[in-house]
Design a protein around this ligand. Sequence first.
Ligand code: FAD
Length: 400
Amino acid sequence: RQKIVIIGASHAGCNAAFQLKQHIPGIEVTLLSDESCLPYHRPPLSKALVKGEVQAEQIQLKSPSAFDEAGIELRLNYSVKEIDRKHRLINGELNYDKLILATGGAPRPVRIPGLESDKLVYLRDMSDTLALQKRLENTQHITLVGGGYIGLELAASLIQMGKKVTLVEAASRILNRVTAAEVSDFFQTYHQRRGVHFLIGQQIEQATLLQDGRASLRSSDGECFITDLVVAGIGMLPNTYLASKAKLETDNGVLVNQYGQTSDHNIYAIGDCASYPHPDHPGLRIESVQSAVEQARITAAHITQQDFKPHDLPWFWTDQYDLKMKMAGINTGHDATVLRGSVSDGQFSCFYLRNGVVIAADCVNQPGEFMASKRLIAQGGRVPAEMLSNSSISMKEIIT
Ligand code: FAD
């Protein structure tokens, strides 16, 4: 009986476990998590969960009995410290035939001089969110460091909870790494109208803890303000420590082939911790639920020697206030952008083109256009910009 051990029981690890069992019911699967709660959906942490709209039990990935029913051994509070590749042994006690690393990542640390205290927190897992929720009970003003998706989602949630929010972004605009300037501007204006105060192109240079328990912050432009709490969200670092220690190849993630195999063919890596060889974007490491699920599907099929479809087009979503933006494809390397729809009405898409071919799209409150964009990108043909920007020409006509 083949024995598979999976380290990390989140979107990637959990999906891989269930897929393996589906392919070969007799296969032995052990799923290890260093968290104390049952596996859960991570996206609601910065949205519905922090706002208290759902309880922790409502965002579980699987029902508590599902693991037993599927014959998966789930071990919570189990932290893997060491992989012995020679003896195929975990922590000196657990054997494997195949090992899957699904260890995700950890928040990129921020250093704010004077704020080496519990006034600076991060949001990555369930315990962070529950702790933050408690802190928010006695908190009026929150400073968010980082204008990426997590920072902005949290800003929206906090405003909806009646809090005051200052968001500090070091780059020249929010969502700098991931969207076009038009999309960044739209989101910044949307947040500003709801009360978020932005400090763009700035950093927190100095903090002073006050006697009343709050902190006084000074930005690089000299703006001083008082805050109750600082939450940092400036991206994450893949958890590659175990892989590096086991001398697997790593470079911004654990390096894998198209099946998720690392430099040791008995060890796979999937999800946020893996850097895989996308044909157009070598060394791609995507941080999204869809990508974690896709990689789990392919790796589970490869281990059990099943046929499988290649990677689906990557996509991602973010929810802020009443805005739902869905993004398809990877926009790295685009040389033009085309807007379609009404930015002022908050219903538009931004298409990213390379040599006249649509490679990615950000669709704001446009679910139909998002679905059509996925087909358009997969199709890969050239589309004239005038046609794409003209909303009176339907996406159906553009695709065919
Ligand atoms: P993770 O979810 O990070 O899970 C890794 C697991 O491995 C963790 O439970 C960790 O504790 C465990 N682990 C690590 N090391 C060890 C060890 N040594 N021993 C045992 N266990 C270990 N994506 C979207 O597509 N849409 C969204 O709206 C969205 N919102 C998000 C909001 C927040 C607040 C966060 C943090 C992420 C969000 N994401 C979103 C990203 C998405 O959640 C991740 O891409 C996804 O969780 C990746 O899954 P994963 O299984 O690869 O890693």
